[in-house]
Design a protein around this ligand. Structure first.
Ligand SMILES: CNC(=O)c1cccc(C)c1Nc1nc(N2CCN(c3ccccc3Cl)CC2)nc(N2CSC[C@H]2C(=O)NC)n1
Ligand code: NI
Length: 187
């Protein structure tokens, strides 16, 4: 299983590399990695497992964060409705590509965190409010998904990792808490 010991932290060169496209069909090794990444997110959101294995909560993780410079990421965004057990968006995205996006921007009101960043970096991280992302799943099936809101923010944060971009690269250094004109804060 993936634990925090497997997650590289800022300063590690792999976090600043451009990850390489994944060759399909996936090798058994990459299938296992993809499954382990998704399981890590689920484990990190389970109070007992997270406490037992000292996991930090996450809703997204990219392969470079476990020192694998390949274009593969996992997201597991729980439903905003506590009642439902169905996640809002969950899965493994292989060779993801944002093929279109809204002009309208959005952001998390309290900023973003990252499993590879062991410090609070306050500031607004402007993201596209809506994206259309093309990707392959673990079975090599091509998908074209329109995402908005929190899932869209998470997928953009994780795709940034495939391009060596950290969330704080997108914070305005002059005025970190300033809301860019027309931004629609995620509520
Ligand atoms: C500096 N202020 C902040 O960080 C920040 C501050 C307040 C609110 C938010 C919402 C913030 N922001 C933020 N909170 C999260 N989580 C909230 C806790 N949660 C979680 C934790 C434990 C169990 C289950 C779960 Cl569900 C896991 C996810 N995740 C991300 N990001 C940025 S996009 C990728 C995603 C990620 O997985 N990061 C590790 N940002
Ligand atoms: Ni991150």
């Amino acid at each position: 299983m993936i634990t925090m010991d497997d997650i590289i932290r800022e300063g590690h060169p792999t976090l600043r590399k451009i990850a390489k496209d994944v060759k399909l069909p996936l090798t058994q090794e990459l299938v296992q990695l993809a499954e382990d990444m998704l399981q890590f997110l689920k484990n990190s959101q389970d109070p007992e497992i997270a406490e037992k294995f000292e996991l930090r909560g996450g809703v997204g993780i990219a392969a470079p964060q476990v020192n694998v410079s390949s274009r593969l990421l996992a997201v597991h965004v729980p439903s905003s409705d506590e009642e439902s057990d169905e996640p809002e968006f969950s899965g493994v995205l292989i060779n993801p590509k944002i093929i279109s996006h809204s002009v309208q921007q959005t952001c998390l009101p309290d900023g973003e965190g990252c499993l590879s960043v062991d410090r609070e970096v306050p500031g607004i991280v402007p993201r596209h409010k809506r994206i259309t992302v093309e990707y392959y799943d673990i079975d090599g099936i091509k998908h074209k998904e329109r995402l908005r809101g929190y899932p869209a923010i998470v997928v953009q944060h994780e795709i940034d990792h495939l391009n060596g971009i950290m969330f704080y690269d997108r914070i305005d250094p002059e005025n970190p808490l300033a809301l860019p004109d027309g931004i629609d804060i995620l509520g």
